[in-house]
Design a protein around this ligand. Sequence first.
Ligand code: 5AD
Ligand code: SF4
Length: 364
Amino acid sequence: MLNTISQILQKETLTRTDFITLLSVRSAEATQLVLDKAYQVKTETVGRKVYLRGLIELTNICAKNCFYCGIRAANIKVERYSLSVEEVLQAADFAWKNGFGSLVIQTGEQQSRAFADMIEDLLIMIHDTTNHELSVTLSCGEQELSVYERWRKAGAGRFLLRIETSNRDLYHKIHPNDNFHSFESRIKALNDLRIAGFQVGTGVMIGLPEQSIGDLADDLIFFKTMDIDMIGMGPFIEHADTPLYAKNHMLWPAHERFRMSLLMLALARITMPDINIASSTALETLDPLGRQKGLLAGANVVMPNLTPVSSRKKYQLYNNKPHLDKDAALSAASLQKIIHDIGEVIGFNEAGSSLHFKNRVGSV
Ligand code: 5AD
Ligand code: SF4
């Protein structure tokens, strides 16, 4: 078996069958072979450098009702918040002064004119107050192309919009069956982001109830076909106050969801050597060393949380999210230690744009 795995890993291009074989490995040795290959590809392509993205969870107000997410609109247990402009500018200033190089602004999904204006104004203020030295990634859901274009113009360079799963049927099992949660509009939004000129990131959840190994192989093919620049993906983690919790008995054990997530990161790196891949917070939720292990499986981006601690516990997409009580300085310091411990360096003051995007468009 180990021989077969090594042979597949030497191939120039991997087929769906290869992905399925590699995602089906069970032993620690075979898993490690795949992860080691990914680390070698990462070292040779993007190097042993980690880019920091300061994460600002701007608001937990969300109009959607995804069945898996703790801040879905119907969860009345959540106290809703929006950070003030001062809080956002303070977080941006922290990122800038600490050499993070970039920010991610994440929100629930809202599609109003007021929301579009608010993000646009914030982008302009962030750039003005940080001497245009911070690059900004948005993760603010599906919007009209015209809204994406305005935000791109206001200085956001990258956008993350996870497809969640590339299997249309599964997508509709984890979302309400209405026009507001359609798979087709998700794909359209990803295409619109490209048209608007963003570096585009997507991703999936790994270990969803009723998700198969074939689905995960298809997710990798989807990333490749969409020619995406960045990936943010991680394990599915249950949240007790969501409808998907009813299918909890169908889940793979947490350690298996974790191992499969590492394999997915590794295979993404092997097939798309020059993209940016985040080591997600969800990985750390399932394993205290999750972030390091993600980096060692091929990820090259981490997102220290800069949301003020008082709001952080209100942004719980899933149970047991880590670092709820650590302030920005502490969580940044613990991340730096983690990165140094595995012998990698931080790309301080660097935008850390996706090499794939640079290769695709010729510059940034
Ligand atoms: N487990 C893991 N990831 C989740 N997300 C939302 N809910 C969960 C959960 N229960 C992820 C989705 C979404 C991103 C903001 O958070 O992939 O796109
Ligand atoms: Fe809203 Fe995003 Fe959660 Fe869906 S996953 S309910 S869009 S915050």
